[in-house]
Write a protein that binds this ligand. Structure first.
Ligand SMILES: [Zn+2]
Length: 253
């Protein structure tokens, strides 16, 4: 372990002895790990506690490391996570500085595979430009846009802020999907470009009131919503997931 890792591991030993004072403090191996996203894990292997913390946390203040240690150790021991620790950690990772750091880290680490915007049936760039002219006065800067590699059905589209990219599920690139449905999903993702995620008290708000208001401005809003509701089986079929027990949930991100 590096010097910083040793220092942070000492915090974990401290937390273990506070949460379970009557037990011996276990051996702890702690490493900073270059996860693409902010991710921190704890597990036990051969009686040793293995802690992996995102490299993004490396220079976090001691108080934040203590908060994170309380969260991870409580989870490991199936104890209630102290609310104050939860708040302190979330406040830290939702601060503008940290978020900027996390985004640029993701930009560097995460390779994004974006498929061709021209599908077998629908051309996403064409759809984007049409919607842009109609609903945004042509003012939205076009991000990378493309079809997903897999025909997913649980998530029909998402906007990746780090890579400024819209990815639409390949399941929608089919003659059996009406154009207004594909457009609706693209339109939804375009609204994520227009209304960036808001962070407030450590929580993320992607679908704000303003977002939802704009969403309803889409000409075929009701029609598209109810089509998607009624056709989850069709989407599953296209995705080759008919037997899947997975319920259809979370249309968009
Ligand atoms: Zn969304």
């Amino acid at each position: 372990m590096s010097k910083t890792e040793e220092k942070v591991a000492a915090i974990y030993r401290d937390v273990f002895s506070k949460i379970e004072p009557r037990r011996d403090v276990p051996d702890i191996s702690l490493t900073f790990y270059p996860y693409v996203n902010v991710n921190n894990t704890i597990r036990v292997r051969d009686g040793r506690v293995i802690v992996k913390i995102s490299t993004l946390m490396e220079d976090a203040p001691e108080g934040v490391h203590t908060a994170l240690a309380l969260i991870l150790v409580s989870k490991l021991l199936r104890k209630h996570v102290p609310a104050a620790a939860d708040r302190a950690y979330k406040r830290f990772i939702s601060s503008p500085d940290f978020r900027e750091k996390a985004l640029s880290h993701k930009r560097e680490k995460g390779r994004k595979v974006i498929g061709d915007p021209r599908g077998d049936v629908y051309d996403l760039e064409e759809i984007f430009d049409g919607l842009n002219a109609e609903y945004f006065d042509g003012g939205l800067k076009r991000p990378s846009i493309g079809w997903s590699a897999k025909r997913t059905f649980r998530r029909l589209g998402h906007y990746d802020q780090a890579h400024h990219a819209i990815i639409i599920s390949k399941s929608l690139d089919s003659k059996t999907i009406p154009a207004f449905v594909v457009e609706y999903v693209v339109y939804h993702e375009m609204l994520h470009v227009k209304h960036p995620t808001v962070h407030h008290n450590g929580r993320r708000y992607s679908h704000t009131a303003a977002f939802k208001r704009d969403e309803r401005a889409y000409d075929h809003y009701d029609e598209a919503e109810s089509w998607i509701d009624r056709n989850s089986h069709r989407l599953k079929e296209i995705a080759g997931a008919v037997g899947s027990k997975k319920r259809y949930w979370g249309l968009f991100d």
